[in-house]
Design a protein around this ligand. Structure first.
Ligand code: NAD
Length: 278
């Protein structure tokens, strides 16, 4: 008999999310009876997460992905947290069955994509621009990837400093510091930059920094994936910089979620090709 998986996505305004079709297509390709349902709580003041999770469990769901604005709030309703979740303070996947276990595949999915992109490139200094919710997940990846120095910049300097403070204990063998607001200096000094702000999306046009200010050969990794080619990536490419688009992280979080839910190994290249069709 074909193994059956029911998975949900809990969030606000998730109609356009590409995660449901990614899961269903890959689940089918893995030979599973795999369906993925949206639980959109937009417009519900004071959404009752406890009731939503209990209902999914009662209906036999295997897991739920969790997105904005519930990634932190959901932690009040789980029994166990992965090492990443404990450090980052947010989760995007809850496994049911027995106790509820919280994972953060934004972190692991971003790391897998960046590892592959970097290959043997030098891992000296990396600059991260953006220290919000997604920035916590990417920064936690960066401190475990063998860079010598990770520099965090945000328009909100307090956010950058709070991130550095949060991870200082986890960052062994790497210097982790804030930019002290001096973006221009660190852009010129970085081997690569990770962009983790909403700038470049349709609602936030433009680029958070000028890629022309980078050192020759410095790479740029983007997390925005709608559009896949942001203004930042277009200008960085034109200036000859190697770039990684935000699709890799979007696919990576879905692939790592499927792996945790099913115990199977999804085909990332097949998922990426499908993502590009969506
Ligand atoms: P957020 O609102 O929590 O944080 C954004 C941070 O960026 C804030 O700290 C803000 O001060 C800072 N910021 C805004 N404009 C800036 C600028 N010009 N220069 C420097 N800092 C600036 O948002 P978030 O949850 O961290 O998400 C950021 C983006 O990440 C989203 O818009 C989304 O596109 C993307 N994202 C992608 C994936 C993926 O799978 N590819 C996953 C999660 C999020």
């Amino acid at each position: 008999e074909t193994p059956r998986y029911r998975v949900a996505l809990i969030g606000d305004g998730i109609g356009p999310s590409l995660t449901p079709p990614m899961h269903e297509r890959e689940g089918g390709a893995l030979g599973l009876d795999y369906t993925y349902e949206r639980v959109d709580l937009a417009g519900e003041d004071d959404a009752d997460l406890a009731a939503v999770l209990a209902d999914l469990e009662a209906r036999g769901f295997a897991a739920a992905n969790v997105t904005h604005p519930y990634k932190q709030r959901v932690l009040a309703h789980v029994d166990e947290t992965s090492a990443e979740v404990s450090r980052i303070g947010s989760a995007n996947l809850i496994l049911f069955g027995g106790g509820r276990v919280a994972h953060n595949t934004d972190c692991t999915g971003f790391r897998a994509g960046l590892e592959e992109f970097l290959g043997s490139r030098p891992r000296g200094r990396v600059l991260q621009v953006g220290a919000g919710g997604a920035g916590l997940a990417t920064a936690y990846s960066l401190v475990s990837m063998g860079f010598e120095e990770v520099v965090i910049h945000d328009l909100d300097q307090f956010a950058a400093e709070a991130l550095v403070e949060r991870f200082s204990g986890a960052a062994t063998g790497v210097r982790l510091r804030s930019s002290d607001g001096d973006l221009g200096h660190w852009l010129a000094e970085a081997d690569g930059v990770v962009h983790v702000t909403p700038v470049g999306m349709a609602e936030h046009p433009g680029a958070a920094f000028a890629p022309e200010a980078l050192a020759a050969g410095a790479w740029v990794a983007e997390v925005v994936y709608r559009p896949l080619e942001t203004e930042l990536l277009r200008r960085a490419k034109a200036a000859g910089h190697p770039v990684l688009d935000g699709g890799r992280m979007a696919v990576g979080q879905a692939a790592d979620s499927i792996a945790l839910i099913t115990g199977l190994t999804p085909d990332r290249e097949r998922m990426l090709a499908h993502f590009h069709e969506l």
